[in-house]
Design a protein around this ligand. Structure first.
Ligand code: ARG
Ligand code: MN
Ligand code: MN
Ligand code: MN
Length: 305
């Protein structure tokens, strides 16, 4: 597989700072080398920068809306271009990165006449719109935008909104009242941590992967650091206790590899300023390696950093 690493130091999607250091933290934890060791061709495209977009009529209660709109334009373009000949891996950056990465890959899928599917691994549903968010943080809105909900002025037009039933969220344990209402009225597939505790993580995932395969769909995977339990992944601004274990997360990635269905990947919300000796960056790199074929017995003895 040809993997393109696309650095996107997006830090405008939330008020707190630090996600802009994410791409370099994952490079430092040897992401490119880990994927190359698995036999893949790896091209590190370096870091993108946001387009200059006119400010104008933007929701005033939203933090850095115009900058996020600029990122969305730039990321969508980069995603569409990379899909022509590679599996793009977007190195975030906060989760508002996915407004653009998923917009671009969905355009590519539409041009190929394939349905776009999205696996959203996250404690949160990120289903707000600028009209419903109470935090004012755009990282809580990508699934709202990508499904075609209204209220995103200045963002690229969503000509091919995701089908709600083609989205599967796993790991939920923090959903705001306004998005909960919208989520419950939607066809988005969702599995909260209670579900995972009771039935395990493999069953719902393999059911979803079967759907993707039956539909000959493209599959974008968006991995938010806070999908993981904060005890094993402290480097994120929005920790929520009770998250996925290291093995649950690796199993998801290993099953993704076995399915051969994943066409693009986001690694988002890593905030190195909150990390402990790089352990969260290392875990994100190891998870990406599992998604691209590393087996349990092939894990090298790693020296952190
Ligand atoms: N729902 C909350 C909000 O809108 C938290 C969103 C967290 N999103 C994330 N990508 N970590 O602010
Ligand atoms: Mn293609
Ligand atoms: Mn998120
Ligand atoms: Mn989250």
């Amino acid at each position: 597989i040809h993997c393109r690493l696309i650095g996107a130091p997006v830090d405008s999607g939330r008020v707190g700072r630090g996600c802009l250091m994410g791409p370099d933290a994952m490079r430092t934890a040897r992401l490119a080398e880990a994927l190359a060791d698995l036999g893949h061709d790896v091209t590190d495209m370096g870091n993108l920068s946001p387009d200059d977009v006119p400010g104008g009529d933007v929701p005033p209660h939203i933090h850095a809306y115009t900058e996020t709109a600029g990122w969305t334009h730039a990321l969508s373009r980069a995603a569409r271009a990379a899909m022509a000949d590679s599996v793009p891996i977007f190195l975030g950056g906060d989760h508002s990165l996915s407004l653009g990465s998923v917009h671009g890959v969905a355009e590519h899928a539409a041009a190929e006449g394939r349905p776009q599917f999205v696996l959203w691994l996250d404690a949160h549903s990120d289903f707000h719109t600028p009209d419903t968010t109470s935090s004012g943080n755009m990282h809580g809105t990508p699934l709202g935008y990508l499904t075609g909900r209204a209220g995103f002025p200045g963002m690229p037009d969503v000509a091919h909104p995701l089908e709600e039933r083609n989205i599967c969220i796993i790991g939920l344990r923090s959903v705001d009242a306004a998005e909960k209402e919208a989520l419950q009225a939607s066809d988005i597939r969702r599995h909260d941590m209670r579900d995972i505790d009771e039935h395990g993580i493999a069953k719902p995932l393999s059911a979803f992967l079967d759907e993707v395969s039956r539909a000959n769909g493209a599959l974008h995977v968006s991995l938010d650091v806070d999908f993981l339990d904060p005890a094993v992944a402290p480097a994120v601004g929005t920790t929520v206790p009770g998250g996925a274990t290291v093995r649950e997360a690796h199993l998801v990635m290993e099953m993704l590899h076995d399915s051969e269905l994943m066409t693009s990947l986001d690694l988002v919300e890593l905030n190195p300023a909150l990390d402990e000796r790089g352990r969260t960056a290392q875990l994100m790199v190891d998870l990406a390696a599992s998604a691209l074929g590393r087996r349990v017995f092939d894990r090298p003895t790693t020296r952190l950093l």
